[in-house]
Design a protein around this ligand. Structure first.
Ligand SMILES: NC(=O)c1ccc[n+]([C@@H]2O[C@H](COP(=O)([O-])OP(=O)(O)OC[C@H]3O[C@@H](n4cnc5c(N)ncnc54)[C@H](OP(=O)(O)O)[C@@H]3O)[C@@H](O)[C@H]2O)c1
Length: 227
């Protein structure tokens, strides 16, 4: 079974539709608005920053499968130079991207350990590795999950569980649409491929991770040769 958080977002929605079309058993979580359509019947509301909601969600689905893949797509960004930034924005970005992601992992690990199988895949960002002005909170949150998985991989490797991150560059869907067009063009000029990524590449990387049990505690760069 596949669990995807943040399925109303650009990437989460693409992945939810893709895995649904392939017929894999799937559960998606949305945050504020339930998406419309028959395909979204297996979606539930979840605020990943509320651990009691996360625990209830995992308890409600844990008997449905012995082979679970958790794909953490929910995320937020906030752009401001650090010296002018808003403390609420800092807390929100860290709470969703780092703490919320950990909450899902914390709640699902006992289930995965019981079944001696699990795949956890988090969407991280190239911004955790390179300086991008205005992204201190976002970069810290993604660098946090890149560090976090190293310990979790060690703790669970002998239970058939792997945890890996994908350090995404810039993709055609989702958050990129909040970036002004002129900045988008500047970013594109730094990408060797000279275009934003097709989310199909995220899907194929997830499939690679799912099918490669020796890959564990890794962060895979997926950025079209961004310099
Ligand atoms: N798109 C890119 O090029 C890119 C690049 C690097 C990394 N990423 C990462 O990839 C992931 C998906 O990105 P995206 O572009 O698809 O983002 P997006 O379009 O902004 O979608 C983010 C999703 O997260 C959900 N969310 C926000 N706060 C939440 C909360 N407290 N609880 C549960 N869900 C919450 C949103 O739901 P609501 O709208 O209802 O709040 C939305 O469904 C993110 O982690 C992002 O950091 C994306």
């Amino acid at each position: 079974m596949i669990i995807i958080t943040g399925i109303t977002g650009g990437i989460g929605n693409f992945l939810f539709n893709k895995f649904s079309q392939l017929g894999d058993p799937i559960i998606g979580t949305y945050h504020l608005n339930k998406p419309e359509g028959k395909i979204y019947e297996t979606t539930v509301p979840l605020d990943i920053t509320d651990f009691s909601q996360v625990e209830k969600f995992i308890a409600s689905i844990q008997s449905q499968s012995k082979e679970i893949t958790l794909i953490n797509c929910a995320g937020v960004s906030a752009n401001a130079f650090a010296h002018k930034s808003n403390i609420e924005d800092w807390n929100k970005v860290i709470n969703v991207n780092l703490t919320g992601t950990f909450y899902l992992i914390r709640a699902i690990l006992p289930v995965m350990r019981e079944h001696n199988f699990g795949r956890i895949i988090n969407l991280s960002s190239i911004v955790s590795q390179t300086g991008v002005m205005g992204t201190s909170a976002y970069a810290a949150s993604k660098a946090g999950i890149n560090g976090m998985i190293k310990s979790i991989a060690l703790e669970n490797a002998q239970k058939g569980i792997t945890i890996n991150n994908i350090n995404l560059g810039y993709f055609k869907v989702g958050m990129i649409n909040t970036v002004p067009k002129e900045i988008q063009e500047k970013i594109k000029s730094k990408i060797a491929a000279n275009e934003f990524g097709d989310p199909e590449n995220i899907f194929s990387t997830i499939e690679y991770i799912r099918n490669t049990p020796y890959l564990n505690g890794s962060c895979i760069d997926l950025n079209g040769g961004l310099v």
